[in-house]
Each structure stands twice: as structure tokens, then as C-alpha cells.
Design a protein around this ligand. Sequence first.
Ligand code: 5GP
Length: 203
Amino acid sequence: MAGNNKGKLFIISAPRGSGKTTLCNMLMKKYPSIRYSISYTTRKPRNNEVHGKDYFFTDKETFKAMTENNEFLEWAEVHGNFYGTSKIQIDNALESGTDIILDIDPQGAMQMKEKVTTATYIFITAPSFNELKSRLINRGTESDEHISLRMENAKKEVEFFKFYDYLIVNDATDVAFNQLESIYLAEKLRTTQYSNVLEFMNI
Ligand code: 5GP
């Protein structure tokens, strides 16, 4: 888009099972200028996860050293593991015009809100608590104990929704995707995204 060459940061939070990953993947497929920020985590990789693609998997000592060096824009302990967003990675991507999706929990999103006012904050949820639980059970990736923990956390996470700019209730994927796409397109047209209108209009 003429004159609109700044990357835009989207902070997206959702309880696990709300369909966030599917929706974000659909958006990135349609708009290749959007990328995920790859977080650092002390969590062990799941079966199909790849280091440097899904996360940078790291140990607790390295993670602690990174927090002490101020290398994270935000970090949080979620479900007993540490997760953090690399500051330099985000700065470089936005500078080069890439739009970034930051998939972080509400604790991290609240830290970001204090620091980054130009980002767009989106919360995605399933239509009901029962639906969230059955989606999680159907996936078969979590132990019973983990499902209970995730569900307890989901209750707490949803309470944060009002701190976000947008709420998407993902009942049907196609509808929710249209909503996410609409938000993306509108946010990219914000006047703050333009730096050189006079220049591209030859004024
Ligand atoms: P999972 O272990 O299922 O991949 O992610 C668990 C939770 O950690 C999700 O709610 C996800 O949004 C959050 N998360 C992932 N990366 C980060 C991060 O860099 N910072 C914070 N605060 N949360 C993150």
C-alpha cells in the first residue's frame, strides 16, 4: 500500500482450544507479510514442535540470564513454564515492514500494553466454557491433569477480555476469520501507519 510501509504489531490472547492458531494461520496464509513472533520458552517441545519455528526452546538458566539482560519485551510464567518475547526480534521485524502476531497470555499482554501503545490487542474465545473443554479433550494432546489446569486458567484469562481492543467469539471458523481479517485490514489503514503521505502524493 502506497506510503504504508510500517509493520504492525497484533497481540492476540486466547484460552487453548478457542481456535486461535487456526485463525491466525488462515490470516498468515492470505497475507504473507504477517509473521508470528517466535517466543522463548522453558517448556519441553511437544511431538511435532520444531525449535526456531514454534518456539526457541531453552533451559531455565538461559531464560533467567535473558531476563536479567533485559532481552525480553515481556515475559511470564504460564502453566508452570516461562515464556518471553524477544525485543530485538520484534523491533527488526516491524522496522522491515513485517506485520507481527504475538500469541501471548493476558499477563504478557498487560505488560505489553504498558510499553507498546501502537499495538492492536485482540482476544479470541470459544462460545462457551463447555465448548472450550470439549475442544481440548478432542485434541487428545493434553493429560487429564493438564486439561483441569488449562480450564482453571481459561476462567482467569477470559476475565481480562476488557483490556483488549477487540473480542472475537469463535463459534464458526469462517465467521471468526472474517472478523479477524476485518480487524487486520482496518488496523493497517490507521493514519499512524503512514509516514510519508505527502511524498507518495507528490505534494
Ligand atoms: P503453549 O505452551 O500451549 O504453547 O502456550 C501456553 C501459553 O503461553 C499460551 O497462552 C500462549 O499464549 C502463552 N505464550 C506463548 N508465548 C508467550 C510469550 O512469549 N509470552 C507470554 N507472556 N506468553 C506466551
